[in-house]
Design a protein around this ligand. Sequence first.
Ligand SMILES: Cc1cc2nc3c(=O)[nH]c(=O)nc-3n(C[C@H](O)[C@H](O)[C@H](O)COP(=O)(O)OP(=O)(O)OC[C@H]3O[C@@H](n4cnc5c(N)ncnc54)[C@H](O)[C@@H]3O)c2cc1C
Length: 306
Amino acid sequence: MKQNIAIIGGGASGLFSALQAAITKEILHKDVSITIFESQETAARKLLITGSSQCNITNSASQENMVTHYHGKEKEVDSILTHYSVKETIQYFKHIGVPLRTREDGKIFPSSFSSKDVLHALLKECKKYNIHISYNSRIEKITHNNSSFTAFTNNSKITSFDTVIIATGGFTFPRTGSIGDGYRLAKEMGHTIITPKVALTGVKVHDNALHTLSGLTLENLAVEITNNNWKNGSLLVTHEGLSGPVIINNSRYLNTGDTIKVCYLVDKKGVRRMAKELQKEISSLSQSMGKVCSKQFSQHTLFLLL
Ligand SMILES: Cc1cc2nc3c(=O)[nH]c(=O)nc-3n(C[C@H](O)[C@H](O)[C@H](O)COP(=O)(O)OP(=O)(O)OC[C@H]3O[C@@H](n4cnc5c(N)ncnc54)[C@H](O)[C@@H]3O)c2cc1C
């Protein structure tokens, strides 16, 4: 008997899971029909903006190392990478006409550094496997009984499915179509939702003492993210607050109302920096920034050293 699979969301996950289902169906000689429902008029709008539109697909770090970057989810990530390794990812993309290239920092991109090429190849594969993509189809409700699921767009019933995969993404960049529908749909079907938390972002700062320095990157300093938890790295002062790697990589630990302390006296290794060294930095900055800005920077430096 023919099996029907519905995939809600035509982003990176939706397209990839549709293709994996199609490949499995061929291997097992099953009669399966796969439909992707995408709320936008085009697929994977977020994928197109990833990695500054260059699309950082994976990383060359070892599996042991990679799992340590997922904040207590080592087991889950290890299991995923054991089922589908980085090597398999590289081989798959090469197979569909997207050879990859490893950058010096270990990040792996398409050789063309173009996210469009990645999307184009995925869509071409979907066509090859007769995967139907239904655009402008936002799924608003899913019901299920013991043997099947029924999905609804704007309350009009759609065919029943044997399997439903929710691949609607999270909340970030809602203009790409990811508006958090998946959490609601999954909850309505009885799943437990862990409240999502913001991560990998800059922060807005109320009473930002540094705002006059917006645009400036300060290397080699320490930032107290939470009580006595100091992180080292470079900090970017923005118009609205703070960003740069030290904030972006640690924003997951910040909550509204927190106070962020910045210390110029610690280097990347946690070694205190000498006033002489700072003085040198200020004079070199004054040459590149001009007098007014450097005066503001000196004032802030003194203020923050107090
Ligand atoms: C600026 C930026 C840069 C990034 N850079 C990288 C990078 O370089 N490398 C990397 O690995 N990751 C990167 N990411 C993260 C990456 O983009 C996401 O992890 C990835 O897009 C998630 O894919 P997804 O398919 O799960 O969700 P999404 O890409 O969000 O796709 C979900 C799709 O579902 C559709 N949809 C939503 N609700 C419904 C509904 N009810 N019915 C039908 N369709 C629906 C949406 O329109 C959307 O097309 C970046 C993210 C951002 C925001």
